[in-house]
Every structure is written in structure tokens, then in C-alpha cells.
Design a protein around this ligand. Structure first.
Ligand SMILES: [Zn+2]
Length: 360
């Protein structure tokens, strides 16, 4: 793998991670894939969402110790504090994420440091080295591709040097300076791009497609229409037969149809169906799933959303209310067998509201 490719991979990966600057939230067991990982440093990092209980990050205990704790607004959940002593691995500087690294069914923590990439084993939280950063590349990050405007994919941008080129779809470039919260999610009022006087905003955009680089380092960007937002980029790495979907395919659960940022429930399934037809893709990296998936999974996800939209359309025609639909919609058996889980009513309702508006 060439150095420049690795640098780009890292740039994309860092955006997946979001930017945590030494804060970490961890709930015991079965973290949802949409866990709020993008808390910023500097105190008031909590936000509320129907996706997950409120999480409050604890400050660092000393420069070399990441304190991992969490408080929940839902009394039924219990939390245990774990102190992850990162010494001698340096400071947590790049971010944190969850994923089942060893395949035991429990979400582990992945932590990006200034020198190392580590994972912490659930439940004993022993650190394991994934990579020494300098062994992956000694080249600086030169380019960032943001798949869409949302804070958990873009807020790290201003932390990179101003010389780093940020590339997005043209609609995302228009939305990023505003940093509107996704529909159905309450965020504390913040805008990192205002704070940074615009540093980290995209200067290079594409409409339908764009090619970056050449040979084995070539990256293809594609736009297939509105879905999660109106600026969802699909990132294709032809030499690796790999595609990143951003949050248009977040995981095997309810997506966010973010009408605040141009998203569309009605257009969503067709946009995904186009992405599923991209040839020569063996590996699909989703927005938030804990493992990689395939193009067949994108196709199934497209059908899942198509069926959901059809059910909402029928319910509206039959005179049901938004709450009726949110409380009664049942995940079809076909998707249960494909690894989907019944979403909570609170996750269904914002999408029903969006579709209610669109289906007028
Ligand atoms: Zn998103």
C-alpha cells in the first residue's frame, strides 16, 4: 500500500473516529452503533438524542490517563467506571470508537493516540497494540474527504493544518458552515467552523463524480442522490475493491433521514439501490457498523427502507397518526433474519415525521 494511499485512508478513518481529545464514553455491554462518540473537549460535551442515553464525558485524570465513564438518563441502565491507563502509550489525541475487535460479541474500545493506535479489550480493558502510527506512515495527512456534513464526521477538520485539502459533495460544502443538527437530534449549540474562522471547510467539491489520484492510489467519489442528507458522497477505493457509504448506510438499523440537511426518506431507497450496483466492490465500510459488509447488504438495506416507506405511506393513507405508526411498525421477518433488530419507537418517529411531510 503506497504511502499516499495510507495517508488518505487515515484521513478518512480519522473522520470516522470523530475527535474526542481525551474524553471517552462507554456504556457497559451492547453499545448501540450510533453511540455519541464525537463529544468535544472542554467541558459541556453532553447532548441528548433519541438514539442513545445521555452521556457525560469525564475529564482526563492526568495527561496519560483516559478516564472512561458515563452517566445515563435511563435508570434501567447501569454503568461502571473504568480507568484506562494509556501509559506508556502516549496521550489520547485522535479519537475513540467502539468495535468488536476480537469477535467475542462485546464492543471493545479503539483509541487513537499521538503515537499508537490501540484497542482495549472488553471486559478487562487490557490494552492491545494495533499499530504504531509512524510505522503506518511518516507522511502528513494531505487530504480529507467528508462523506457528509454531520458533526461526527467533520468536527475534526479544524484540527488539521490549514494546508490540508478538504473535499466534499457541493451540497455538503454549502451546509457545513451552518452545522445544523441532524433532524430528531438535540445538540448543544456549537459550530467548530465558526470557532475556527472557517478553517477545515471544503475548498474542493464535486457534483456527480470525481477522480482523485491515479493508479493504485486512485479514489473515486460518487453522488447517487438524496438520502441521509442532500450531500452524501460514496468513496470508492478501486484497487482495494472497497467502498465507504458514509451514514447513508449507517448499520442494520433505522437511518437518520435528515431533512434539516436536505435528506429525503422518499428518495433514500433508490439512492442506495444505485450504490449497490457499483461494480467490483467486495468490501463495504458503513458509517457506523462494527464490521465491514458487502454490496448485497446495501441492496438489502435499500429494500428495508423501501418497505418502511411503503408501510408509512399506507398508514398515512389509512388515516393513522404519526404516533400510531411509530408505536406499531414491526420489522419484517426478512430483515430480522438478515441481522436487523426492531428499532425503538423513538428512533422510528422522526423518520415517520419526515415522511409525513414528504408524502403530502
Ligand atoms: Zn450522519
Amino acid at each position: 500500500m503506497g504511502h499516499s494511499k495510507v495517508a488518505r485512508w487515515m484521513a478518512v478513518s480519522l473522520l470516522f473516529l470523530g475527535r474526542l481529545s481525551g474524553h471517552a464514553c462507554q456504556r457497559d455491554e451492547s453499545l448501540p452503533a450510533t453511540w455519541p462518540l464525537a463529544a468535544r473537549s472542554g467541558g459541556a460535551s453532553s447532548w441528548t438524542s433519541p438514539l442513545a442515553p445521555t452521556a457525560v464525558a469525564a475529564p482526563l485524570v492526568g495527561a496519560e490517563q483516559a478516564a472512561v465513564t458515563s452517566v445515563t438518563a435511563t435508570p434501567a441502565l447501569t454503568f461502571t467506571r473504568h480507568d484506562l491507563d494509556s501509559s506508556p502509550f502516549g496521550q489520547v489525541t485522535e479519537g475513540i470508537n467502539v468495535g468488536d475487535i476480537d469477535g467475542d460479541g462485546r464492543p471493545d474500545l479503539v483509541v487513537g493516540g499521538d503515537q499508537y493506535l490501540l484497542w482495549y479489550h472488553n471486559p478487562d480493558w487490557a490494552p492491545h497494540l494495533i499499530a504504531r502510527i509512524k510505522e503506518i506512515t511518516d507522511k502528513p495527512v494531505t487530504r480529507i474527504i467528508n462523506t457528509h456534513t454531520h458533526y461526527d464526521h467533520t468536527e475534526g477538520n479544524p484540527d488539521f493544518p490549514a494546508t490540508v485539502e478538504v473535499v466534499t459533495h457541493e451540497n455538503t460544502a454549502k451546509m457545513m458552515p451552518e452545522m445544523k443538527a441532524p433532524y430528531g437530534i438535540t445538540l448543544t449549540d456549537r459550530n467548530v467552523f465558526k470557532d475556527s474562522n472557517g478553517r477545515g471547510l471544503p475548498k474542493r467539491t464535486f457534483k456527480d463524480e470525481m477522480t482523485i489520484g491515479s493508479g493504485s492510489d486512485r479514489i473515486e467519489l460518487r453522488y447517487f442522490g438524496r438520502a441521509h442528507t442532500s450531500g452524501d458522497a460514496f468513496v470508492i477505493f478501486p484497487a482495494l475493491r472497497t467502498m465507504h457509504t458514509g451514514d447513508t448506510f449507517p448499520n442494520k438499523g433505522m437511518p437518520i433521514m435528515d431533512i434539516n440537511n436536505g435528506g429525503s426518506g422518499v428518495a433514500y431507497a433508490e439512492t442506495l439501490a444505485r450504490a449497490a450496483k457499483v461494480p467490483n466492490i467486495d468490501t463495504v465500510i458503513t458509517g457506523h457498523n462494527q464490521t465491514v459488509l458487502t454490496s448485497a447488504d446495501i441492496q438489502t438495506y435499500s429494500e428495508f427502507i423501501r418497505d418502511f416507506v411503503a408501510a408509512v405511506r399506507a398508514a398515512k393513507k389509512a388515516g393513522q397518526s404519526i404516533d400510531d405508526v411509530a408505536n406499531s411498525w414491526k420489522l419484517p421477518e426478512k430483515y430480522q433474519q438478515a441481522g436487523y433488530q426492531q428499532p425503538q419507537a423513538a428512533r422510528i418517529k422522526p423518520n415517520v415525521e419526515v415522511l409525513w411531510k414528504e408524502l403530502n
